[in-house]
Write a protein that binds this ligand. Sequence first.
Ligand code: GLV
Ligand code: MN
Ligand code: MN
Length: 395
Amino acid sequence: MAIDHQRFIDDLHSLRAFGASGVGKGVIRPAYSEADIAARKWLAGRMTEAGLTPHFDPVGNLFGLADGPSLLMGSHSDSQPEGGWLDGALGVIAALEIARSSDRPISVVSFQDEEGRFGVTTGSAVWSGGLPLDKADALTDGAGIRFDAARGAMADLSQGFVDPNRFSGFIEMHIEQGPTLDASDETIGVVTDIVGIRDMTISFEGQQNHAGTTPMHLRRDAFQALSLFNTQLNDRFRNVVTPQTVWTIGRVDLHPNASSIVPGRVRFTMQWRDGDADRLARMEEIIRVTAQEVADDLGTNLDYGTLLGLEPVAMDLTLRTALETGAEQVAPGKWRRMPSGALHDATNVSRLMPVAMLFVPSINGISHAFAEDTDEADLIAGLNVLDHAVRSLSG
Ligand code: GLV
Ligand code: MN
Ligand code: MN
């Protein structure tokens, strides 16, 4: 059966309706939110219509299982707190369309909490064995809600973990989420490697006090600690990083966050990414030494949360070659091989089976924002590449 481009586009827009932000095409569909669970139930229905057997596991990963051995395809359908309509959703809906049209058995997956409300790609990390379930259960989100409490909202759907041995490999299509393809007017990126990541929470605890009466030299101000830490860190990283290395302080909770109070505590996320595991380790050392020096200088306590991480991984050559051949057929001369600076469930799945990934352009390189979008022609080109690749693999 031929792939149906209109059905694919229609399904993408149907999924967007779950948690639609009302700003552009954006969505608010974080893991285990009402919108996320409703979207997963809708997806399960689409899987049934496609002849697949829907299966929720204990952490809320949703599989649409083909009978017998199959190739697994998909991504995730949870979003960032302010997310785009294609991040993850594209790979899930593309997989569904390929499963409906392919002659070979294709299973579909939507992993849970790829966006890291609790950890780093939490659902696929647990399924792959990279993150033990009891360790995941103790993780908390920014509001202090535990992972085990959140996944409890889907407990009535849980059917146990799926045996990964039923799958021969995993292919994930995704938007690039960066500027490379858009800037070079190319249609397809075939991923060579996915970078590694480290992520942890850091807290400085000083002394909460009156902002009018406390002399500057007596203050133990938690915000000043964060500010000094950030400045010193950027300076010290300079000798270690490459232009591809990135680091982010993305969430800051300042307590009590009031204009007339010297802040007593700051808790913030520190995340860093690079393709070289040794560099990630060197950066961790610099972070810890710098934080300790700042705490000593400003008289604050220093505390760390759980360090989470994923190692850099290379894509499987056989699956990658099938995508490259498909890219050359669909977009001759308008595709490239490229690393992924964003994380993906494929990193975790590579512990279990061969994996490969395909990118389509992100307009202006924007993602993790309501403004995220991709030209419809590029979405369809990506689907066509997947179709060619899967057909060549079954031959
Ligand atoms: C995944 O969304 C990432 O943060 O790269
Ligand atoms: Mn994603
Ligand atoms: Mn994302």
